[in-house]
Design a protein. Structure first.
Length: 167
């Protein structure tokens, strides 16, 4: 009887260790998103989430002016489009490719998006592509802005900003 009890205890301990090990292999990215207009929180925003190579989209309604928290799986490339009636839409891209799924805890990354009202005569074609990209840095072991991408569109975004300041 003692031998059976001892074996049952060992089996339970073994399965508990498997469950604990499996739980550490599911690290995700916790994305905290806040949408503004001129530094003021904006309500009634739609966030349209799509994943590369997946036809499905998810529409998240953000009725209040609070931060929206999204949990992203590893090894995917997400695009988030921020829409609000009467405002120009913007999008960002977030890549969770290469992130350490064995991390003991989830990663965290805050995003702030500033939308502006639609204005006639302003060329907003630069905003058809993402205004920013976020990716995992193996060197820093955290999520960072893709600075090369930011530099590649900086001149177009500066031109748009100057046009907006004139209006």
């Amino acid at each position: 009887m003692k031998k059976i009890t001892k074996n049952i205890v060992l089996i339970i301990a073994f399965f508990n260790s498997i469950v604990a090990f499996a739980q550490t292999k599911n690290a995700k990215l916790d994305l905290s998103v806040k949408v503004y207009e001129n530094s003021k929180p904006l309500a009634n925003v739609l966030i349209v989430q799509s994943v590369l190579n997946n036809k499905d989209t998810l529409v998240i309604e953000v009725p209040s002016d609070k931060a929206t928290n999204l949990q992203l799986d590893a090894n995917k490339v997400y695009t988030f489009k921020f829409e609000c009636k009467g405002y120009v839409s913007k999008s960002i891209e977030v890549s969770t490719m290469g992130m350490n799924t064995e991390a003991a805890k989830n990663y965290f990354y805050p995003i702030a998006i500033n939308l502006f009202k639609e204005l006639k005569g302003i060329d907003v074609s630069v905003l058809k592509k993402p205004i920013g990209r976020v990716m995992f840095s193996n060197e820093k072991k955290e999520f960072v802005d893709d600075t090369q991408y930011a530099k590649s569109i900086a001149q177009q975004l500066e031109k748009l900003q100057k046009e907006l300041e004139k209006k």
